[in-house]
Ligand binder design. Sequence first.
Ligand code: GDP
Length: 296
Amino acid sequence: MAFEGLTEKISSAFKKLRGQTRLTEADVKDAMREIRLALLEADVNFKVTKDFIKAVTEQATDAEILESLSPAQQVIKIVNDELIKLLGGKGARITIAPNPPTIVMMAGLQGSGKTTNAAKLAGLFKKQQQRRPLLVACDVYRPAAIDQLKVVGRQLDIPVFEMGQGDPVEIAKQGIAHARKNGYDMVFLDTAGRLHIDEALMDELKNIKAEVKPHEILLVVDAMTGQDAVNVAKVFDEALDISGVLMSKMDGDARGGAALSVKAVTGKPIMYIGTGEKLDNIEPFHPDRMASRILG
Ligand code: GDP
């Protein structure tokens, strides 16, 4: 699971603090130096790390904290609260539109886990909220992508709307019309991915957005790709003004940098995480739980 190295190093910094009955400013600064290194080694963005350490140090070196009865405990709480803030504060979710169907556009680079996680997400809403989702195959460049969506759709018993290799904007529109007519209350558009960001891809996604006006645009990024994932999120957000991120492959041994940096860099929250290859391996993202897990 992600964050192992980070958890270990932060625990070691805290252990030194806990061993002391009184704390000085120098003790806190030493611990923050260790935590700073741990964050950088976990591939957290440099500026994000710097701002985080500054925010914690400012609060934790306050005389009131240092002279309190359990200073180490207080410092740990400050780190915990700042981590929660960094991860997005209160968890953000897809909002159900007042007039169905809620249209969710899924975007992401090829291999990020977009198709699988579009289906997983539809499955989550079906199972937990008794919604009636429809998956729409707008990734027309790879015939395999349409087949793959149909396979995962079948496994989750969620219908897939497809028109083969047609025009993605038209397919999206027809898919939504099909949903309206047949009482599907959520539509998940599986859009095209490329290996790299290029203008043609972005133009296509912008066209789909302009034509169908999705309620939510969710970007799937692969946690294993670290800071690249954050850069990808930044570029997609600048082009599409995404609602949030679905961070896939959090079950892998990613160091955690992407998850810890993406909100601060893009301003957009992680909404869901993919935690495995199985179709029920998806969870709403809880910043507070993730912070507790990181702190061990
Ligand atoms: P796409 O090209 O972006 O549509 O990516 P796919 O949905 O085809 O996923 C690429 C690979 O990543 C597949 O082998 C998926 O099973 C795998 N995958 C997707 N999400 C996760 C996840 O959360 N954890 C793990 N371990 N694998 C995932």
